[in-house]
Design a protein around this ligand. Structure first.
Ligand code: GLC
Ligand code: GLC
Length: 811
């Protein structure tokens, strides 16, 4: 069953039934000020950091689902309703939610009154703008009472949910004109306040939650709204809110617009106050003035649309398959941008207070958005690298507000450093900017020990070399990419974290074949980079070490039919036919086949066939098989999950593209495509009931064949799945791959495809690429013609001439 439809022309998903199987959300803002918004108006806002600068409250995992948001209540006689259906849940005559690129429009109609709210964060603005249009579609004159509503969060979202003995006494507001200002803690250590305005006179307001709702009422039953009477309450402590009350009279056919602005202001110490105890509102008034008419709001929305037109014009495919085109051209690229902004911090599955930016996550995310915003990718790489330690290890996470490593989790995840090589080389391949390698970058944020970014890559590479285990394979540390394979943590205490408990790391012997594969892949990239920098000796050293690793993997990492996953603390095989459960894992098959390890000896082919046979199922490729059915203390968290979920044999979508790419390296276009299609959300729209999460974005996991309910997805939006699938489809299946000297064209497609077209903007030129497949091949180019000239290789040269170039490719 579907709950809406794609409107590709407008780049929107249009939800027509508010009772989606899970809140289907969108993100507003793409720079400093952000909001999450569900299809019924739920969600919250924050400035930069969802933990430290939370503006409004949201209630995770509440009953009813999705409570807390930017709500509007309409009182029309005795009928009380909300345009997004929630929170009132009054049955609407019409309902529609249009999620677009960084904007959302929610509309409801009841008894001839239609209310439509456009929500977005204008470019370069620390505010969310809401344009509410209310229309009288009935034949008679109508009087309507309108109440807005937001609930302030007391800034630190974690403290806001626990320190009530303090919180209930600190809340402070000011009310002036039609604006509610939230200034809790402003007089002490904070230099910021928030405000909520409307561009019309109000006939009343509320700023105290209890006065607005009545103590025991829910969001669906604010007493003021039911009474049709605001209380003009002024919050002192407890829970401050902001609600405007507006009386409207509408003639038949008449429409009125109101513009609400929810903004965030920072003032320096000298300009904090207007007078004693009265905050300086100058900057707030400036923002309010920028959006005080509908025309101004509409032109800000146009700017946002242009911004997205631009971003999405860099890579477009015309494949003749609308499901593929819409995911590649619109939604997957959009999701990549969202992962850039939020890493794994704030979604409807990530509470915004848990994790900041992940070291490995952010580097992998980069491969999905570097073509769109190379300048910001550059900055991101330098930020990430600054949280590295001098020995090449690194903080696993950092906070976006402070850009400092997160001490609660620390380091010791031994795959982390290698991803910096992926992030950096992807950036240089896209832009040609080798200069980034000369940037001086701190270690652990300490500039006194700064070295060049190139040196950071060297220590990343050497961190593996310096941390080899008894078989000569890389030591796994706390975990590699799979956070739940905790081979050096023996935990019997439910109060310990699997990730940070290291009761066996002293003299640890657990080794990772996945890191070994990663080392081969990115070690070669590192060597390539060394050569391009004229560092032949270093390149040779690196290649020798890589060659040794290849031998080691063939010797100790091969199980006969597939690559083993790891060696546990005691040196026993993990992911081997010898094991009872967890005989085969996806990660090492992905990394070793992508790197082509043992391809001459037939290892890659065997490994990929084993994946097909043992891990593939209707929902995608599961992470391991057989799933673990009992807790194995030597393995840790992975065996804590019920079979078929998360890292224990779910289709963990992030790693499926590794196999897709492995298949393209082996030339199997049909299989690569089959795997791609299985987990791609636009192909799952019809089964939304089962799939549950948004059909326009990837989720982290889909319950696998061993699960109680296979096919159910979770953790939508913030996942490496977004960038890896974009990378797999565009660079390996469609095969348009940026490289140092140009654009490589190397498709690997199903034999039945007749061809496709791609427009790619690359280093200041536009390439109109047409791929034809007259002979039903999967891979291998017969002819490449650029601007009428036949090329001798499959690399399209860099022109950089701001012109369009025609590229014809025959497989
Ligand atoms: C989560 C984490 C990521 C990890 C993956 C597998 O997605 O964000 O860092 O690699 O799970 O455990
Ligand atoms: C849990 C999750 C994993 C995530 C990790 C982050 O282990 O299963 O996906 O990466 O938490 O700490």
């Amino acid at each position: 069953m579907k709950y809406g439809y794609f409107n590709d022309k407008n780049r929107e998903y249009v939800i027509t039934n508010p009772r989606t199987p899970w809140p289907w959300i969108n993100y507003l803002g793409n720079e400093d000020f952000f909001s999450l918004i569900s299809n019924s108006g739920g969600g919250y806002s924050f400035y930069k950091d969802a933990k430290f600068r939370r503006l409004t409250r949201y209630r995770y995992n509440n009953v009813p689902m999705d409570d807390g948001g930017k709500y509007f209540y309409i009182k029309d006689g005795e009928t009380i309703w909300s345009p997004g259906w929630k929170p009132c849940r009054t049955e609407l005559d019409e309902y529609e939610c249009r999620h677009g690129m960084n904007y959302t429009v929610i509309s409801g109609e009841k008894n001839g009154i239609k209310t439509s709210v456009l929500y977005f964060v204008p470019l370069n603005t620390w505010a969310e703008v809401q344009k509410l249009t209310i229309s009288n579609n009935s034949g008679e004159k109508r009087k309507i009472q309108l109440f807005s509503f937001v609930e302030w969060c007391l800034w630190n979202a974690a403290a806001d949910m626990e320190n009530f003995q303090r919180n209930f006494s600190t809340g402070e507001v000011e009310i002036a004109d039609s604006v509610v200002y939230h200034k809790t803690e402003y007089k002490e250590r904070r230099n910021h306040y928030a405000f909520y305005s409307v561009n019309a006179p109000v006939q009343g307001f509320d700023t105290d939650r209890e006065s607005f709702f009545g103590l025991y009422n829910g969001f669906d039953h604010p007493q003021t709204v039911f009474d049709g009477k605001p209380r003009n309450s002024v919050a002192h402590g407890w829970s401050p809110i902001a609600s405007h009350y507006i009386e409207l009279e509408l003639n038949p056919g008449e429409s009125k617009d109101l513009v609400f602005v929810l903004g965030y202001i920072e003032n320096s110490e000298e300009e904090k106050w207007e007078s004693k105890g009265v905050i300086n509102k100058r900057k707030a008034r400036e923002i309010i003035d920028r959006f005080d008419t509908s025309q101004k709001v509409d032109s800000a929305l146009d700017e946002l649309r242009n911004y997205w037109d631009n971003l999405l014009s860099i890579f477009t495919v015309d494949s003749g398959d609308e499901k593929l085109d819409r995911i590649v051209n619109i939604w997957n690229q959009y999701q990549c941008m969202i992962t850039f902004c939020f890493s794994r911090s704030a979604s409807f599955f990530e509470s915004g207070i848990g994790r900041g930016m992940g070291f490995r996550d952010s580097n992998q995310d980069l491969i999905g958005f570097v073509h769109q915003i190379p300048g910001r990718a550059r900055e991101r790489i330098l930020d990430i690298a600054s949280t590295q330690f001098q020995d090449g290890g690194c903080y696993h996470q950092y906070q976006p507000l402070t850009k400092r490593g997160n001490n609660d989790i620390g380091g010791g995840f031994n795959d982390d450093p290698l991803w910096l090589i992926l992030g950096t080389t992807s950036y240089i391949k896209e832009t040609g900017d080798f200069g980034i390698l000369d940037e001086m970058v701190a270690f652990d944020n300490d500039m006194s020990v700064a070295r060049t970014l190139f040196d950071h890559l060297t220590v990343s590479f050497d961190h593996v070399v310096n941390n080899l285990g008894p078989h000569g394979l890389p030591l796994i540390g706390r975990a590699d990419w799979n956070d739940c394979l905790n081979l050096n943590c023996f935990s019997n205490d439910p109060n310990e974290s699997f990730q940070t408990t290291e009761n066996k790391s002293e003299g640890s012997k657990a080794e990772s074949v996945m890191i070994a594969g990663l080392f081969v892949a990115y070690g070669r990239d590192y060597a390539d980079l060394c050569r391009r920098r004229g560092r032949e000796d270093e390149a040779a050293r690196a290649l020798n070490l890589v060659a040794e690793m290849v031998d080691t993997i063939k010797k100790f990492g091969w199980d006969g039919e597939w690559f083993i996953r790891a060696y546990d603390f005691f040196g026993r095989k993990v992911g081997s036919n010898e094991n009872e459960e967890g005989k085969i894992f996806i990660e090492s098959q992905g990394w070793c086949t992508m790197a082509g390890i043992g391809s001459d000896e037939g290892m890659c082919k065997k490994a990929l066939d084993s994946v097909k046979e043992r891990l593939d199922c209707e929902q995608g490729i599961v992470l391991n098989n057989p799933a673990f059915t009992k807790y194995i203390i030597e393995y840790g968290e992975i065996s804590s999950y019920p079979a078929g979920y998360k890292e224990n044999a779910a289709v963990f979508c992030h790693n499926n593209p590794w196999i897709m790419i492995g298949e393209t390296v082996a030339g199997n276009g049909d299989r690569a495509w089959e795997y791609y299609r299985k987990i791609c959300p636009s192909y799952l729209e019809e089964i939304s009931d089962l799939h549950k999460t948004e059909p326009y974005v990837y989720g982290q996991m889909i319950a696998g064949k061993d699960a109680f309910r296979p096919g159910e997805a979770k953790n939508s939006w913030l996942t490496g799945t977004a960038s890896w699938n974009f990378y797999a489809i565009t660079q390996f299946i469609l095969g348009i791959r940026p490289d140092y000297d140009g654009l490589i064209v190397d498709p690997c497609i199903p034999g039945s495809w007749k061809g496709f077209k791609v427009v790619r903007k690359f280093r200041n030129a536009v390439y109109n690429i047409e791929v034809l497949n007259p002979n039903g091949k999967s891979k291998g180019i017969t002819e490449l013609v650029v601007d009428g000239e036949r090329q001798s290789s499959n690399v399209i040269p860099v022109f950089g001439d701001n012109r369009e170039h025609s590229v014809k490719v025959i497989l």
